[in-house]
Ligand binder design. Structure first.
Ligand code: HPA
Length: 261
């Protein structure tokens, strides 16, 4: 059973680093999800490309609840996610990696909880430390050993998309303490927490954000930087798999005590 999952963001679609691959379709109350399951060395891993294999699902239409519930149903306890992001911070440069430690949520239309009353009840989930510190430590250590420029900690501003931001929005986010901007980490990280799953977000800086970059932004520019980073991203994620200790030393699953699962 795969206890670790990779959710691949923009540019990370290919599961073929895994051996013994099989494709399963997991039904959930929110829809069916195709999951690739395979092995990397001795570690069983599940893989979902967040935007579909051909980048055909925009950020605001991703079925986040189905994806996270499907991973939970096959026994996943930890998720390593990747995300292309724009940078609001001079120290976070294109081609570098940031492990987000906080987020600011500016999404508008997304289903962001499994607990909507009725049978599942109402749950107010702690989100003090949204991204798992234990997973971040592993990624940080492996990234440095791999010679990548890594930053442990950064505030991820999640926008609704699919458009990029205005220069004024970015100036506001910066004044509010944002360091990175992307369109997918919320509600993904929140839904994982609601099921007690540890979640880390490897942010790949692809551009300076609107109004900081001297140019207008294009998706092609994001893809171009991702293409250059892809080998390193894979190395970072794959090499980290075998250093994730079995024992959890974080509080990510504490929510389950409150819910009584
Ligand atoms: N804004 C939002 N999402 C992004 C960006 C950006 O500048 N770059 C990559 N994903």
């Amino acid at each position: 059973m795969a206890e670790i999952a990779i959710i691949g963001g923009t540019g990370v679609y290919d599961p073929h680093l895994l051996g013994n691959i099989s494709h399963i379709v997991q039904d959930t109350p929110y829809g069916s999800v195709e999951i690739t399951v395979g092995k990397y060395e001795d570690v069983e891993v599940a893989f979902i490309p967040r935007h579909g294999r051909k980048h055909s699902v925009p950020p605001h239409l991703i079925n986040y609840r189905a994806n996270i519930m499907a991973l939970n149903m096959i026994g996943v306890k930890r998720i390593l996610a990747t995300a292309a992001v724009g940078s609001l911070h001079g120290d976070f440069k294109p081609g570098q990696y940031v492990l987000a430690d906080q987020f600011l949520d500016f999404t508008k239309t997304r289903k962001n909880t499994f607990y909507e009353g009725g049978k599942r009840g109402v749950v107010h989930c702690d989100m003090t430390v949204p991204y798992c510190p234990q997973l971040r430590d592993v990624l940080m250590q492996v990234g440095e050993e791999e010679g990548l420029i890594m930053h442990n900690g950064g505030v991820y501003v999640c926008t609704e998309g699919p458009r990029f931001e205005t220069a004024a929005e970015i100036a506001m986010f910066k004044r509010m303490g944002g360091h990175l901007v992307g369109m997918t980490s919320v509600p993904e990280v929140c839904l994982a927490r609601e099921l007690g799953i540890c979640y880390a977000n490897v942010c790949i800086v692809t551009n300076y954000a609107a109004g900081i970059s001297p140019n207008i932004l294009t998706h092609a520019e994001v893809l171009e930087v991702m293409k250059k980073s892809i080998k390193s991203v894979r190395r970072l994620i794959m090499a980290s798999l075998k250093y994730i200790p079995e024992e959890k030393k974080c509080d990510c699953a504490k929510i389950l005590d409150e819910i009584g699962v």
